[in-house]
Design a protein around this ligand. Structure first.
Ligand SMILES: [Fe+2]
Ligand SMILES: [Fe+2]
Length: 152
């Protein structure tokens, strides 16, 4: 039986993960459009702006997860999950610093197609890492708080 005090946090988590997925999809679309249409200054600006939105939202989302006390509660309920929680925290820092690096890269005045192909490929790797992170996290929260994975 789930502690009902957790319900608002779990609802926020689901909503935030859905919003993050939308921002990720927008970024992918902008990178694909730029790749198909040839990289113009406008395409680069749009991709940079999608990257900025994802970075800002990820920062807020990760802070929410870390400051809410949910990670600590998960460890208190299920101490064996401590190493996995530590790994999630480390991944937050890694993902944010990669997003920051890519955002700086998007500001470069370099619209050569080969630069952007490489850039888009690297971002796709990061987006896969982010999706894996959220999947692991949802599974861990579901296990610790004994809720269905779709609830986290
Ligand atoms: Fe997370
Ligand atoms: Fe998350």
């Amino acid at each position: 039986m789930i502690n009902e005090a957790l319900r608002p946090f779990l609802n926020d988590l689901v909503r935030e993960h859905q919003h993050m997925h939308k921002l990720t999809q927008t970024l992918r679309d902008k990178l694909t459009q730029g790749g198909m249409g040839g990289w113009t200054e406008t395409a680069a600006l749009e991709a940079g702006s999608a990257l900025e939105q994802l970075r800002k939202y990820s920062l807020e989302h990760f802070e929410h997860e870390e400051d809410d006390g949910c990670f600590e509660d998960a460890v208190a309920i299920k101490p064996t999950c401590a190493p996995r929680i530590d790994a999630l925290r480390r991944e937050h820092a890694e993902i944010l610093s990669a997003l920051e690096r890519f955002q700086k890269g998007a500001d470069l005045d370099d619209n050569r197609p080969e630069y952007w192909r490489l850039f888009a490929g690297q971002i796709e790797e990061l987006l896969k890492q982010l999706a894996d992170h959220e999947r692991h996290e949802a599974r861990l929260i579901a296990e610790a708080f004994n809720v269905a994975p779709d609830d986290a």
